[in-house]
Ligand binder design. Sequence first.
Ligand SMILES: Nc1ncnc2c1ncn2[C@@H]1O[C@H](COP(=O)(O)OP(=O)(O)O)[C@@H](O)[C@H]1O
Ligand SMILES: O=P(O)(O)OC[C@H](O)CO
Length: 489
Amino acid sequence: MTQHIVAIDQGTTSSRAILFDEAGKPLSVSAREFPQHYPQDGWVEHDPEDIWRDTVAAVQDVLTDETVAIGITNQRETVLLWDRESGKPLHNAIVWQDRRTGETCRRLKAEGAEEMVRAKTGLLLDPYFSATKLQWLLDTVPGARDRAEKGELAAGTIDSFLLWRLTGGKSHATDITNAGRTMLCNIHEAAWDEELLELFGIPANLLPQIHENAGIFGETDPALFGRAIPIAGMAGDQQAALIGQACFSRGMVKSTYGTGCFLLLNTGGEAVRSENRLLTTPAYTIGGERAFALEGSIFVAGAAIKWLRDQLGLITDAAESEDIARAVADDHGVTLVPAFVGLGAPHWDPDARGLLTGLTLDTTADHIVRATLESIAFQTRDLLDAMRADGTDVPSAIRIDGGMAQNAWFAQFLSDVLAAPVERPESHETTALGAAYLAGLATGVWQGLGDLSEKWRAAARFEPDMAESRREALLADWQGALRRAMPQN
Ligand SMILES: Nc1ncnc2c1ncn2[C@@H]1O[C@H](COP(=O)(O)OP(=O)(O)O)[C@@H](O)[C@H]1O
Ligand SMILES: O=P(O)(O)OC[C@H](O)CO
């Protein structure tokens, strides 16, 4: 009997549904881009009703009678509050890129909270994570804290909101990878932590139950798709990409280039603590077996290409950046630091802002486009250097995916700058594939991780092809520009 799985991939810029067959082959895709809201400098919001409407429509587009399960993967950290009775959000969701709680984080650091937070969560005190965003919602939305204390409200990341809505309010759950990014979860115990809840002023009754990644989270309300379909897997999108890339052994690494760039190194059952400002994060728990990862998070990757298109009008679509980068001999000394929402790993500077250096009268728009692509490779290099400095074994080849990975010029430049081979898999939908794998493991479509590893194939491999002297010169320019983007550091 044919068995299909639908993966929901709710990303920062688009909501998608992808139908997979038993071979892990994508059969159809439905995607909808949705509006970003920037109410103030450094603030980023999403309307949860946009996300909900687009997700349901995308699932309806691809669903077949043979679909046996749904998996969910999502932009992480983005958080919202909703009414348990009506299911209505109280406010827009506050997006992971949002910096409005920078001051709160600075205060908590000054009060000496960072060590306790790091030891329990593996995270650094930065506005990136959900806890201070949720605290802001409770303190700012009129009546929210009172209603929360009376048990009238629910909170959660996007996975949890979608699950609630898809199950008609029957299931309020999340998975360990999403919980691990809230800054409220003790990742060693896989449980909400009282001391953290108190620090951020979050009532425990707001929060979902934490589950393993592969298992039955609930069933869809039959009113939505004509029948009840099990939701059998959930994971944050970067962990789902790690699974979709079959990085199941300690020492395997993947780097995903969507809105941001996230490099995850599987560290097996050990939660490795970084001395170089990387994050320690749950990778997955499947069948009781826990894996952790070291993560480097860059806030702006594909978002910089979107900026070239939407704000500067230098390109008309993202793919055009590839031909432009090839058409010029070099970047003509131009360097971009895309610190549009501060800088993430390994710098963690919420106050850094974007910078373009090396401009001359003969700089062209094409040089700026090329410098934008280059900046994402330089940031990845900084992450790998931090991992090496932590003494972890960085593997011989890096597996890449996400929208930007389709850009072959970028993939080659990345390999040149990293001085390491870069591999791109057959599947373009690696994140969604990871969510499908989880749902398929829980429903017996696939038997175990070994089964999934065998399916991974490199469709393209990029070998380093740049003189060492040139690489060093480019990296020196990058480091110089980076220092200027963070004057207070
Ligand atoms: N060929 C390309 N070259 C460079 N960037 C690209 C290309 N195709 C897509 N992108 C960028 O990739 C991002 C979309 O990737 P995706 O993985 O769908 O992101 P997300 O899940 O964050 O919404 C966009 O920011 C887009 O600008
Ligand atoms: O939307 P993406 O794919 O860039 O991913 C967002 C991350 O999960 C944020 O941590």
